[in-house]
Design a protein around this ligand. Sequence first.
Ligand code: SAM
Length: 219
Amino acid sequence: MVQNFDALRKKMVETQLIARGIKDQRVLQAMLKVPRHLFVEEALWDRSYGDYALPIGEGQTISQPYMVAVMTELLAPDKDDKVLEIGTGSGYQAAVLAELASKVCTVERIGALGMRARKVLDFLGYSNIAVRTFDGTYGWRDEAPFDGIIVTAASPEVPKPLLEQLKEGGRMVIPIGDKYLQTLMVADKKPGGAVDLKESVKCVFVPLIGAYGFKADGR
Ligand code: SAM
């Protein structure tokens, strides 16, 4: 059956985002625009606007639309901002951010996912997104500092290099907790370098694996 993806996307924005309190018009417009189905395999297209995360291969997931919206609204990127994302996955969150910020640098640990994301993002014409494959818990030193940093995998704590690479006045959104349940945290770096940490919603993400994250066996 041929799906009307524009209609599915509109319904997703209305019933999953607006109805649950997402208010930022820029975020809503971005999620109305980015064709989420293209970021998952074709067999999953008819489920790609559903209210859940979906598998993207390699044991990883594309996050639930609502979680993408919450994190993007909390980050609140400005049009002139340079944003770092750790955990490219499918590339969907990077595309949403690229609609709002001037440049998005996104890092993925698994090469096959990074390559697939790059292909979709090229197909859609996102020339303001740079994709690299390495352990993103080190940040991206050559591109630092960043106005905003978003981590889309669960971390035991805020990775120190990421805090260092965040501009004073910048903000980081990151799920902190154990492997099974996390709290979305918002870290504001004040002028002078002090960090103000606030709790947002509970969430469940796949683990951030790396030098400043969980060990490869998930511990
Ligand atoms: N933002 C993604 C999207 O829009 O599809 C979803 C991200 S998925 C929930 C988490 C991703 O983080 C996985 O693809 C995983 O391989 C990646 N990841 C885990 N540890 C990482 C690390 N140290 N550096 C970079 N990426 C990492």
